[in-house]
Design a protein around this ligand. Structure first.
Ligand code: C2G
Length: 133
């Protein structure tokens, strides 16, 4: 029978918003099973980011989304090849702000960059609420 088509995507997914949901819905539509690799708090610190929600809470929130089948932790930039190979992933998906940044994955799976949802971002939410970044 048809092999299950597995999709993977990465992100912080802090202060979940419709841009995240659009990305996750469209990523899932590219296959049968969606793995979301969510940035650990330590990895975010390395990105100079501090998420409002802890890793554990961001993981729980993602697991509650109908499009998401599995959530794994993102600890390093370098883990993507292992993640793709170890999970038998067919498609890697990211918003197009990352276009071209992960071309090294082309040898292991299909790369898809989706247009970002305009007018929304976690940073915008924080600024609109006058929170420090
Ligand atoms: N996104 C989107 N539209 C928005 C905001 C975000 O399509 N308005 C997408 C991003 O392109 C990304 C995903 O939603 O694919 C998650 O966004 P972030 O949580 O901001 O992820 P980021 O901090 O870019 O971390 O190793 C890659 C990093 O972990 C990506």
């Amino acid at each position: 029978e048809k092999k299950m088509k597995k999709v993977i995507t990465y992100g912080t997914f802090d202060l979940l918003h419709v841009g995240h949901i659009n990305l996750l819905r469209r990523a899932k539509a590219l296959g049968d099973y969606l793995i979301v690799v969510v940035s650990s708090d330590e990895f975010n610190a390395g990105k100079g980011k501090k998420a409002y929600h802890s890793f554990e809470d961001r993981k729980k929130i993602l697991e509650a989304i109908r499009y998401v089948d599995e959530v794994l932790p993102e600890y390093t930039w370098e883990q993507k090849i292992d993640d793709v190979v170890n999970n038998n992933v067919d498609v890697f998906v990211m918003g197009d702000d990352w276009k071209g940044k992960f071309d090294f994955l082309k040898d292991y799976c299909e790369d898809v960059y989706l247009p970002r949802t305009e007018g929304i971002s976690t940073t915008k939410i924080k600024n609109d609420l006058n929170m420090k970044d």
